[in-house]
Ligand binder design. Structure first.
Ligand SMILES: Cc1ncc(COP(=O)(O)O)c(C=O)c1O
Ligand SMILES: [Zn+2]
Length: 428
């Protein structure tokens, strides 16, 4: 059955729309009730993960392929209980673009760019917001509160407005300016913080504690459903490859939700038998100005230490201490992956380079990932015949400050020509 948008209309012949069964703590293994709102594990403060009764998934891959091209096509593996619970702005699927010129330049066999910049509000955060907001509304949550590095706030503001829920956002004053405007335009209550996302998180937690009936803290991994939205990146990558997994997936890691989500998604598909073979090696990329996961990975530690004086132009990955750090490290190690950091100068040069080679204007976080592939190919960690998927998590056009065009007559500047003047055309 389909509605006007081609969306699967609801439970048919006893088939479950969602097969969500319970929540599980990845630290102590406890199971919790998924039919009421839950935050962190009451025993140890760990994030909780949604679990599904995969034996009840009655749909086939071929049926999924015929559904509308948005992330709700995977609804059996998402927590929302029925189509009436869906809050949508038309999120997903995003293109998995072959980048042959860039692949040749990097020396890798096949390079595919999952371009998340085409999602509503311009970043992959729309996936987490669509599912997180839908599920929060379904569970009767009255108001949402969150710290953000910008993009998540912009996305949650849009989806919260769409759901008719109030949203309180606290973001660092240094976050990309456009994301402030997106929050305000969508009617969110915006607070700018003279600090980092960790400082904003403390302020939000305090505001929620003062009025817990009104506000629910939906910070990264403090509720279990944002990650469910983000895991659809993993489903899409597998489906777009013809239900196959690549050799390597490279991801710009802040809170790590996307990386943990892709890992979780591929485990679910393996368990369902929809894909087979070896998991891709998952690579967590950070910036040298804020690389707590990389440092923990290199030290063989299970958790990260807070990064002091974090700073990078790749603002989305400025996360000094991630709640889910132990899961990111687990995912990277379990898959034989790695973690590495790249410099701001390097990633900004890469942004320009990829734009000229492929017409893809990446976000700084996405450019960091391409720089990481360049390094990993250089060291031989990525082989010459491997298939590599890189995540461009947002649209380059929401970061005008990353690639400023200076107007003037000096070197590297763009002159203004008099209207009766002459264009100094360069050859080539
Ligand atoms: C563009 C962009 N890329 C990557 C990230 C990091 O996301 P994650 O929490 O999934 O590691 C963010 C987070 O703000 C972001 O905005
Ligand atoms: Zn626990």
């Amino acid at each position: 059955m389909s509605d006007d948008a081609g969306r699967d209309a609801g439970p048919t012949e006893g088939r479950a729309w969602s097969t969500l069964s319970h929540l599980e703590c990845p630290r102590c293994g406890d199971h919790l009730d998924a039919s009421v709102h839950q935050g962190l594990c009451p025993r140890d403060g760990s994030p909780l993960l949604a679990r599904y009764d995969l034996a009840r998934v009655a749909v086939t891959r071929e049926e999924v392929e015929r559904r509308a091209p948005d992330l709700w096509r995977y609804h059996e593996l998402l927590p929302v209980q029925g189509p009436e619970g869906v809050v949508t702005l038309g999120e997903g699927m995003t293109p998995l673009l072959a980048a042959p010129r860039l692949a040749a330049d990097l020396g890798v066999g096949r390079l595919l760019v999952k371009d998340e910049g085409l999602l509503p509000t311009g970043s992959f955060k729309a996936r987490g917001a669509a599912v997180g907001v839908s599920r929060a509304r379904e569970l009767g949550v009255r108001g949402l509160a969150m710290p953000t590095n910008g993009n998540a706030g912009a996305a949650w503001a849009a989806y919260a407005a769409r759901a008719g829920l109030p949203l309180l956002v606290a973001m660092p004053v240094g976050a990309p300016a456009i994301t402030r405007a997106e929050c305000v335009a969508a009617g969110a209550q915006l607070h700018l913080v003279d600090g980092l996302i960790s400082d904003a998180g403390k302020l939000v937690a305090a505001a929620v504690a003062e009025d817990p009936d009104r506000w629910t803290d939906v910070a990264t991994l403090k509720e279990p459903y944002r990650i469910e939205g983000k895991k659809t990146m993993g489903f899409e990558i597998a489906e777009q490859l013809g239900w196959r997994m690549p050799d390597v997936v490279v991801y710009p890691t802040g809170g790590g939700v996307g990386l943990i989500g892709i890992w979780k998604a591929l485990h679910e598909l393996l368990e369902l038998g929809w894909v087979s073979g070896r998991m891709p090696r998952l690579v967590a990329v950070q910036a040298t100005g804020c690389a707590p996961i990389v440092r923990a990975f290199e030290a063989g530690a299970e958790v990260s230490e807070p990064w002091v004086d974090a700073s990078t132009v790749a603002f989305g990955i400025t996360v000094p201490k991630a709640l889910g750090d132990f899961l990111v490290l687990r995912a990277v190690r379990e898959t034989g992956g790695t973690a590495l950091a790249v410099d701001d100068d390097e990633l900004l040069a890469e942004l320009q380079h990829v734009g000229s080679l492929e017409g893809l204007v990446l976000c700084p976080e996405g450019a960091a990932v391409v720089s990481a592939v360049r390094r990993l190919r250089g060291s031989g960690w990525i082989g010459a015949d491997e298939e590599v998927v890189v995540l461009n998590t947002g649209a380059g056009i929401i970061y005008p400050e990353a690639l400023p065009v200076r107007v003037g007559d000096g070197p590297g500047e763009v002159p203004v020509v008099a209207k009766d003047g002459r264009l100094e055309v360069r050859r080539g």
